[in-house]
Design a protein around this ligand. Sequence first.
Ligand code: ADP
Ligand code: MG
Ligand code: MG
Length: 207
Amino acid sequence: ETQQEAIRAAAEAVADRLEAEKEYLTELDSAIGDADHGSNLARGFRAAADAVKDDTESTPQELVKKMGVTLISKVGGASGPLYGGSIMSASQTLDDGVTAETSVAFAEAYLEKVKDRGDAQLGAKTMVDALTPAVHTYKKSIEVDDLPPLTALAKSTAAAERGVEFTVPIRAQKGRASYLGWRSVGHQDPGATSTWFIMQELLSVAD
Ligand code: ADP
Ligand code: MG
Ligand code: MG
């Protein structure tokens, strides 16, 4: 399997999963937002998968960039530029394709972009709360513990899940959920949840 084929397979798996979780993500967003996160992401990631489906010319970097560009135009809302813009920007780290080293650089660049664009710190009850422990765990697993990328991704995905759980008892400080103030407490963040679902699919495709 080439890297391009792996990327297309991952894109399909993510699109299928978000389609399957559409109602659930929308239910989470209806509690603390405007009930569109599921449809935003299902629509966007389906379009992103379709955009790379028959593309056998592009490099791995170009495929990932194309998905980011498609997400920006198809997702909308707060999560469109966060997901799409950050994927697009982080694709710059994939000059040499996808290796253990470039995947760490991609993950770090992605997290930095999300924080940059959204201006959300850890604990603001956003996707940053799933991403931060996931990216730190991935980097440490590869660079310090010298684990194989698949093992690192499994640990990272488990860290994302704990990040999702961490969003439940805290108060939202960014995005629509922040308008609710203390009433956002007790609800799980939709964007942290979708981030974790996407990581689960990347893990299952890599496995
Ligand atoms: P919208 O809120 O515009 O309807 P979505 O429902 O698609 O967009 O996405 C909501 C999710 O976006 C939230 O659950 C949260 O994780 C994420 N989000 C919102 N604002 C920010 C921000 N400033 N920084 C990081 N993530 C954010
Ligand atoms: Mg919403
Ligand atoms: Mg919206």
